[in-house]
Design a protein around this ligand. Structure first.
Ligand code: GRF
Length: 205
């Protein structure tokens, strides 16, 4: 017997920038590829383009300015109380340019996911596409992973490789990487949700 856990998962997207991955998630939900609802967009940059996207998509937002708080713990506690209001189950980081602290990690243990534009553990941190391009590697790619306290160090869930062509520039490489991200992220999130569902079903008598 199923435990009735095949319902839409309630997610929050965390972003600091353009939000093309937020948009890809929204679009995958609209086409039925991802069985989730974006309950909240959390953004730490008041001028980020992702906020315009959230307005158009009517996603509620929680915007905050880290420098107006005394510590990471303080603003993460406020984020937690917002997330609770919406019964959020999973945190999906999509270009959120901050390390997640102990407050959020404890509250959402094993339920925080990130996407990174390189084949981790190579090129963690900022400007991963530029780092890979400048290093002259012939293959790079995209990684989806669980978030832990480190910088892009959590357990890997999925990766997709990409061969760098001789005539690629950093810009064409970035375009190709983003194209992969927009497919891989929603797909990986959905398959993770399905695995959780299967696991629950397996343990049900
Ligand atoms: C993506 O390349 C993602 O891998 C990285 O930050 C970028 C965010 O892009 N973590 P966007 O804001 O979703 O367009």
């Amino acid at each position: 017997m199923l435990q009735g856990d095949n319902r839409m998962k309630k997610i929050a997207v965390f972003a600091s920038g353009s939000g093309s991955n937020y948009q890809a998630i929204i679009d995958a939900i609209k086409t039925g590829k991802l069985k989730a609802s974006v309950e909240l967009l959390v953004c730490d940059q008041p001028k980020a383009y992702v906020l315009d996207r959230a307005k158009s998509e009517q996603t509620p937002t929680f915007q905050f300015e880290p420098k107006t708080y005394g510590s990471k713990e303080e603003f993460e506690k406020e984020i937690v109380s917002e997330l609770r209001k919406y019964d959020v189950e999973f945190l999906i980081l999509a270009g959120y340019m901050r390390l997640i602290g102990p407050t959020l990690l404890k509250e959402f243990s094993n339920r925080i996911i990130n996407i990174h534009p390189s084949l981790l553990p190579s090129f963690p941190g900022k400007n991963a596409i530029g780092q890979a391009f400048q290093a002259g590697v012939k293959v790079t790619g995209v990684t989806v992973h669980f978030v832990d306290e480190g910088m892009d160090t959590g357990p890997i869930i999925a990766q997709q490789a990409l061969v760098i062509d001789q005539d690629d520039t950093e810009e064409t490489l970035a375009e190709k990487i983003h194209e992969i991200e927009h497919e891989l992220y929603p797909e990986t999130i959905q398959s993770l949700f399905e695995q959780l569902f299967v696991k629950k079903e397996e343990v049900t008598p």
